[in-house]
Design a protein around this ligand. Structure first.
Ligand SMILES: [Zn+2]
Length: 348
Protein backbone atom coordinates (compact mmCIF):
# COMPACT_ATOMS: atom_id res chain seq x y z
CA UNK A 1 0.00 0.00 0.00
CA UNK A 2 1.24 3.50 -0.84
CA UNK A 3 1.45 5.72 2.23
CA UNK A 4 2.65 9.10 3.32
CA UNK A 5 5.02 8.70 6.24
CA UNK A 6 3.81 11.54 8.44
CA UNK A 7 5.22 12.54 11.82
CA UNK A 8 2.16 10.88 13.42
CA UNK A 9 2.53 7.64 11.45
CA UNK A 10 1.83 6.19 8.00
CA UNK A 11 -1.44 7.26 6.35
CA UNK A 12 -2.88 5.93 3.06
CA UNK A 13 -1.67 8.08 0.14
CA UNK A 14 -5.26 8.13 -1.16
CA UNK A 15 -6.31 10.25 1.82
CA UNK A 16 -3.77 13.03 1.13
CA UNK A 17 -6.10 15.70 -0.21
CA UNK A 18 -4.20 18.49 -1.96
CA UNK A 19 -0.48 18.48 -1.16
CA UNK A 20 1.95 21.34 -0.51
CA UNK A 21 5.35 19.88 -1.42
CA UNK A 22 7.75 22.44 0.07
CA UNK A 23 6.88 24.46 3.19
CA UNK A 24 8.41 25.30 6.56
CA UNK A 25 6.33 25.32 9.75
CA UNK A 26 9.22 26.56 11.91
CA UNK A 27 12.33 27.94 10.24
CA UNK A 28 15.60 29.48 11.41
CA UNK A 29 19.06 29.35 9.84
CA UNK A 30 21.71 27.29 11.67
CA UNK A 31 22.54 29.00 14.96
CA UNK A 32 19.17 30.73 15.33
CA UNK A 33 18.33 28.32 18.14
CA UNK A 34 21.14 29.91 20.22
CA UNK A 35 19.88 33.51 19.89
CA UNK A 36 18.24 35.31 22.85
CA UNK A 37 15.96 37.04 20.33
CA UNK A 38 14.51 33.77 19.05
CA UNK A 39 13.63 32.01 22.30
CA UNK A 40 10.51 30.05 21.45
CA UNK A 41 7.26 30.65 23.28
CA UNK A 42 6.37 27.07 22.38
CA UNK A 43 2.61 26.90 22.97
CA UNK A 44 2.05 30.31 21.44
CA UNK A 45 4.10 29.39 18.34
CA UNK A 46 2.31 26.05 17.86
CA UNK A 47 -1.03 27.85 18.19
CA UNK A 48 -0.06 30.52 15.72
CA UNK A 49 1.06 27.99 13.10
CA UNK A 50 -1.95 25.74 13.70
CA UNK A 51 -4.25 28.73 13.14
CA UNK A 52 -2.61 29.46 9.78
CA UNK A 53 -2.94 25.81 8.74
CA UNK A 54 -6.58 25.65 9.82
CA UNK A 55 -7.58 28.87 8.08
CA UNK A 56 -5.47 28.54 4.92
CA UNK A 57 -5.12 24.82 4.17
CA UNK A 58 -8.22 23.03 5.42
CA UNK A 59 -10.86 25.20 3.64
CA UNK A 60 -8.86 24.88 0.40
CA UNK A 61 -8.82 21.10 0.41
CA UNK A 62 -5.19 20.75 1.44
CA UNK A 63 -4.64 17.68 3.60
CA UNK A 64 -0.87 17.18 3.43
CA UNK A 65 2.18 19.39 3.85
CA UNK A 66 5.80 18.39 3.29
CA UNK A 67 7.90 20.33 5.82
CA UNK A 68 11.18 20.74 3.95
CA UNK A 69 13.12 22.11 6.93
CA UNK A 70 16.51 20.36 7.24
CA UNK A 71 17.70 19.20 10.68
CA UNK A 72 20.17 22.10 11.08
CA UNK A 73 17.64 24.78 10.01
CA UNK A 74 15.35 24.45 13.00
CA UNK A 75 13.66 21.13 12.23
CA UNK A 76 11.57 20.46 15.34
CA UNK A 77 9.84 17.05 15.26
CA UNK A 78 7.67 17.66 18.34
CA UNK A 79 6.53 21.02 16.94
CA UNK A 80 5.44 19.40 13.67
CA UNK A 81 3.64 16.64 15.56
CA UNK A 82 1.78 19.13 17.77
CA UNK A 83 0.67 21.18 14.74
CA UNK A 84 -0.49 17.95 13.05
CA UNK A 85 -2.46 16.88 16.14
CA UNK A 86 -4.11 20.30 16.49
CA UNK A 87 -5.09 20.63 12.83
CA UNK A 88 -5.62 17.10 11.50
CA UNK A 89 -3.35 17.96 8.54
CA UNK A 90 -0.70 15.38 7.55
CA UNK A 91 2.76 16.79 8.19
CA UNK A 92 5.66 14.98 6.52
CA UNK A 93 9.15 15.83 7.83
CA UNK A 94 12.34 15.39 5.83
CA UNK A 95 15.83 14.22 6.52
CA UNK A 96 18.84 15.50 4.58
CA UNK A 97 20.78 18.78 4.70
CA UNK A 98 20.89 22.39 3.54
CA UNK A 99 23.65 23.53 1.08
CA UNK A 100 27.22 23.15 2.38
CA UNK A 101 27.86 26.92 2.56
CA UNK A 102 24.63 27.53 4.53
CA UNK A 103 24.37 24.35 6.57
CA UNK A 104 25.71 20.80 7.03
CA UNK A 105 27.23 21.14 10.52
CA UNK A 106 30.95 20.32 10.84
CA UNK A 107 30.18 17.09 12.69
CA UNK A 108 28.33 15.78 9.65
CA UNK A 109 30.87 17.11 7.12
CA UNK A 110 33.35 14.62 8.58
CA UNK A 111 31.13 11.56 8.07
CA UNK A 112 31.48 9.04 5.28
CA UNK A 113 28.87 8.46 2.60
CA UNK A 114 27.84 5.27 4.43
CA UNK A 115 27.43 7.06 7.77
CA UNK A 116 25.32 9.77 6.17
CA UNK A 117 23.13 7.11 4.55
CA UNK A 118 22.66 5.42 7.92
CA UNK A 119 21.65 8.76 9.50
CA UNK A 120 19.03 9.38 6.83
CA UNK A 121 17.68 5.82 7.00
CA UNK A 122 17.33 5.92 10.80
CA UNK A 123 15.48 9.28 10.58
CA UNK A 124 13.11 7.63 8.08
CA UNK A 125 12.60 4.32 9.87
CA UNK A 126 13.25 4.82 13.62
CA UNK A 127 12.54 8.48 14.29
CA UNK A 128 14.45 11.77 14.30
CA UNK A 129 16.76 12.97 17.08
CA UNK A 130 16.20 16.45 18.52
CA UNK A 131 18.53 18.21 20.99
CA UNK A 132 20.27 14.96 21.99
CA UNK A 133 16.95 13.12 22.48
CA UNK A 134 15.47 10.31 20.38
CA UNK A 135 11.93 11.17 19.27
CA UNK A 136 9.31 8.72 17.95
CA UNK A 137 8.62 10.98 14.94
CA UNK A 138 9.84 9.65 11.59
CA UNK A 139 10.79 11.61 8.49
CA UNK A 140 9.03 10.67 5.23
CA UNK A 141 11.23 12.08 2.45
CA UNK A 142 14.76 13.38 1.82
CA UNK A 143 15.98 16.88 0.96
CA UNK A 144 19.23 17.60 -0.83
CA UNK A 145 20.54 21.08 -1.57
CA UNK A 146 23.24 22.98 -3.45
CA UNK A 147 24.24 26.59 -4.00
CA UNK A 148 24.51 30.06 -2.38
CA UNK A 149 28.23 30.65 -2.16
CA UNK A 150 28.17 33.31 0.56
CA UNK A 151 25.95 35.48 2.78
CA UNK A 152 25.77 37.64 -0.35
CA UNK A 153 24.56 35.09 -2.90
CA UNK A 154 26.99 34.24 -5.68
CA UNK A 155 27.06 31.49 -8.28
CA UNK A 156 28.81 28.34 -7.07
CA UNK A 157 32.40 27.73 -8.24
CA UNK A 158 33.43 24.47 -9.86
CA UNK A 159 33.76 21.78 -7.18
CA UNK A 160 33.63 17.99 -7.02
CA UNK A 161 33.81 16.11 -10.34
CA UNK A 162 33.83 19.31 -12.40
CA UNK A 163 30.32 20.25 -11.28
CA UNK A 164 29.22 23.39 -9.43
CA UNK A 165 28.61 21.20 -6.39
CA UNK A 166 30.77 21.33 -3.27
CA UNK A 167 32.59 18.26 -2.01
CA UNK A 168 30.35 17.69 1.03
CA UNK A 169 27.17 18.33 -0.98
CA UNK A 170 28.33 15.71 -3.47
CA UNK A 171 28.71 13.15 -0.66
CA UNK A 172 25.36 14.10 0.90
CA UNK A 173 23.59 13.68 -2.46
CA UNK A 174 25.12 10.24 -2.98
CA UNK A 175 24.14 9.23 0.57
CA UNK A 176 20.60 10.49 -0.05
CA UNK A 177 20.27 8.30 -3.14
CA UNK A 178 21.21 5.18 -1.18
CA UNK A 179 18.87 6.02 1.71
CA UNK A 180 15.99 6.74 -0.66
CA UNK A 181 16.51 3.44 -2.49
CA UNK A 182 16.68 1.52 0.80
CA UNK A 183 13.49 3.03 2.22
CA UNK A 184 11.65 3.61 -1.07
CA UNK A 185 11.01 7.30 -0.44
CA UNK A 186 11.20 10.33 -2.72
CA UNK A 187 13.77 13.15 -2.84
CA UNK A 188 12.94 16.86 -3.13
CA UNK A 189 15.74 19.34 -3.74
CA UNK A 190 16.82 22.94 -3.25
CA UNK A 191 18.74 24.64 -6.05
CA UNK A 192 19.89 28.24 -6.03
CA UNK A 193 18.77 30.41 -8.94
CA UNK A 194 22.18 32.19 -8.87
CA UNK A 195 23.63 28.97 -10.26
CA UNK A 196 21.59 29.35 -13.46
CA UNK A 197 24.33 31.84 -14.46
CA UNK A 198 26.95 29.10 -14.60
CA UNK A 199 25.13 25.78 -15.02
CA UNK A 200 21.87 23.84 -14.80
CA UNK A 201 22.02 22.98 -11.07
CA UNK A 202 19.08 20.56 -11.34
CA UNK A 203 20.83 18.53 -14.02
CA UNK A 204 23.99 18.37 -11.88
CA UNK A 205 22.04 17.08 -8.86
CA UNK A 206 20.32 14.48 -11.03
CA UNK A 207 23.58 13.28 -12.59
CA UNK A 208 24.99 12.52 -9.14
CA UNK A 209 21.79 10.75 -8.00
CA UNK A 210 21.73 8.71 -11.23
CA UNK A 211 25.38 7.70 -10.77
CA UNK A 212 24.31 6.05 -7.50
CA UNK A 213 21.36 4.28 -9.17
CA UNK A 214 18.47 6.51 -8.05
CA UNK A 215 15.22 6.31 -10.04
CA UNK A 216 14.90 9.95 -11.17
CA UNK A 217 11.11 9.70 -11.46
CA UNK A 218 11.15 9.86 -7.63
CA UNK A 219 13.06 13.16 -7.61
CA UNK A 220 11.66 16.70 -7.64
CA UNK A 221 13.96 19.61 -8.55
CA UNK A 222 12.82 22.48 -6.33
CA UNK A 223 12.90 26.23 -7.12
CA UNK A 224 13.21 25.29 -10.80
CA UNK A 225 10.86 28.12 -11.89
CA UNK A 226 12.59 30.97 -10.01
CA UNK A 227 12.73 32.68 -12.45
CA UNK A 228 11.72 30.20 -15.15
CA UNK A 229 14.52 28.83 -17.35
CA UNK A 230 12.35 26.73 -19.63
CA UNK A 231 15.22 25.13 -21.56
CA UNK A 232 16.89 24.02 -18.32
CA UNK A 233 13.59 22.59 -17.07
CA UNK A 234 13.17 20.65 -20.32
CA UNK A 235 16.64 19.19 -19.78
CA UNK A 236 15.61 18.09 -16.25
CA UNK A 237 12.30 16.65 -17.48
CA UNK A 238 14.00 14.75 -20.32
CA UNK A 239 16.19 13.05 -17.69
CA UNK A 240 12.96 11.64 -16.19
CA UNK A 241 12.75 13.87 -13.10
CA UNK A 242 10.06 16.30 -11.92
CA UNK A 243 10.07 20.08 -11.39
CA UNK A 244 8.52 22.08 -8.58
CA UNK A 245 6.88 25.44 -9.11
CA UNK A 246 7.21 27.41 -5.86
CA UNK A 247 7.49 30.94 -4.50
CA UNK A 248 4.09 32.00 -5.79
CA UNK A 249 3.44 35.40 -4.19
CA UNK A 250 7.02 35.50 -2.81
CA UNK A 251 9.61 37.76 -4.53
CA UNK A 252 12.77 35.63 -4.04
CA UNK A 253 15.76 36.95 -6.00
CA UNK A 254 13.40 39.03 -8.19
CA UNK A 255 11.98 42.56 -8.01
CA UNK A 256 8.30 41.72 -8.07
CA UNK A 257 6.21 38.75 -7.00
CA UNK A 258 3.59 39.75 -9.57
CA UNK A 259 6.09 39.53 -12.45
CA UNK A 260 7.50 36.26 -11.15
CA UNK A 261 3.99 34.77 -10.86
CA UNK A 262 3.18 35.76 -14.42
CA UNK A 263 6.43 34.38 -15.82
CA UNK A 264 6.03 31.12 -13.87
CA UNK A 265 2.42 30.72 -15.04
CA UNK A 266 3.50 31.17 -18.68
CA UNK A 267 6.31 28.63 -18.25
CA UNK A 268 3.89 26.17 -16.64
CA UNK A 269 1.49 26.45 -19.59
CA UNK A 270 4.42 25.90 -21.98
CA UNK A 271 5.55 22.74 -20.17
CA UNK A 272 1.99 21.39 -20.07
CA UNK A 273 1.80 21.96 -23.86
CA UNK A 274 5.06 19.99 -24.17
CA UNK A 275 3.36 17.02 -22.48
CA UNK A 276 4.91 17.36 -19.01
CA UNK A 277 1.70 17.82 -16.98
CA UNK A 278 2.43 14.70 -14.93
CA UNK A 279 5.85 15.92 -13.79
CA UNK A 280 5.04 19.22 -12.13
CA UNK A 281 4.26 19.94 -8.46
CA UNK A 282 3.26 23.20 -6.79
CA UNK A 283 4.01 24.85 -3.44
CA UNK A 284 4.73 28.19 -1.73
CA UNK A 285 8.00 27.67 0.21
CA UNK A 286 6.35 29.60 2.97
CA UNK A 287 7.74 30.15 6.46
CA UNK A 288 4.77 29.67 8.79
CA UNK A 289 6.85 30.86 11.72
CA UNK A 290 10.29 32.40 11.66
CA UNK A 291 11.23 33.74 15.09
CA UNK A 292 13.27 36.52 13.41
CA UNK A 293 10.22 37.92 11.65
CA UNK A 294 8.01 39.64 14.21
CA UNK A 295 6.20 39.09 17.46
CA UNK A 296 2.73 39.45 15.99
CA UNK A 297 1.12 37.31 13.33
CA UNK A 298 -0.39 40.38 11.66
CA UNK A 299 2.76 42.11 10.47
CA UNK A 300 5.51 39.73 9.36
CA UNK A 301 8.68 41.34 8.00
CA UNK A 302 10.02 38.45 5.96
CA UNK A 303 8.70 37.87 2.43
CA UNK A 304 8.35 34.10 2.88
CA UNK A 305 6.05 34.66 5.83
CA UNK A 306 3.90 37.42 4.35
CA UNK A 307 2.09 35.48 1.64
CA UNK A 308 -1.40 34.35 2.69
CA UNK A 309 -2.21 30.67 2.07
CA UNK A 310 -5.50 31.65 0.44
CA UNK A 311 -3.43 33.39 -2.27
CA UNK A 312 -3.33 30.01 -4.04
CA UNK A 313 -7.06 30.24 -4.78
CA UNK A 314 -7.61 34.01 -4.76
CA UNK A 315 -4.77 34.83 -7.16
CA UNK A 316 -2.70 31.95 -8.49
CA UNK A 317 -5.39 29.50 -9.63
CA UNK A 318 -7.48 32.27 -11.31
CA UNK A 319 -4.30 33.34 -13.14
CA UNK A 320 -3.84 29.79 -14.44
CA UNK A 321 -7.51 29.40 -15.37
CA UNK A 322 -7.16 32.63 -17.35
CA UNK A 323 -4.45 30.91 -19.37
CA UNK A 324 -6.64 27.87 -20.05
CA UNK A 325 -5.44 25.49 -17.32
CA UNK A 326 -8.28 23.10 -16.42
CA UNK A 327 -9.43 21.77 -13.03
CA UNK A 328 -8.28 18.30 -14.06
CA UNK A 329 -4.78 19.63 -14.79
CA UNK A 330 -4.74 21.44 -11.45
CA UNK A 331 -5.63 18.16 -9.70
CA UNK A 332 -2.68 16.45 -11.39
CA UNK A 333 -0.30 19.14 -10.15
CA UNK A 334 -1.75 19.55 -6.65
CA UNK A 335 -2.77 15.96 -5.83
CA UNK A 336 -1.80 13.11 -8.15
CA UNK A 337 1.78 14.03 -9.05
CA UNK A 338 3.08 14.69 -5.51
CA UNK A 339 1.15 11.64 -4.28
CA UNK A 340 2.91 9.41 -6.79
CA UNK A 341 6.39 10.90 -6.28
CA UNK A 342 6.49 11.34 -2.50
CA UNK A 343 4.50 8.41 -1.12
CA UNK A 344 6.26 5.30 0.16
CA UNK A 345 5.49 1.64 -0.54
CA UNK A 346 4.70 0.49 3.01
CA UNK A 347 5.43 -3.18 2.19
CA UNK A 348 9.07 -2.33 1.48
ZN1 LIG B 1 12.33 26.16 1.48
Amino acid sequence: MRVFRTVLGDVPAESSGRILTHEHLLYGYPGAELDHRTVLDYDNAVGRVADQVTSGMTPNGYGTLIDMTPPEVGRHPQFMADVARRTGVNVVAITGFFPERMGVPYYWRRQTREELTEFFVRDLTEGMVFAWQQTPYRAGAIKIATGQESVTPKASPVGAHGRHVHEVEDRVIRAAAHAAMQVGCGINTHIDPMDFEVTNPGREQLEILAEEGMDLSRVIIGHAFVPPQVEMMREILKMGANVQLDHIGIPWRVESAEELDEAMADALVELIADGYLDRIVLSFDRWFYNPRSTETADDPKLENEKVDLNYMFTSWVPRLRGKGVTDEQLDAIMIHNPRRILSIDAEK
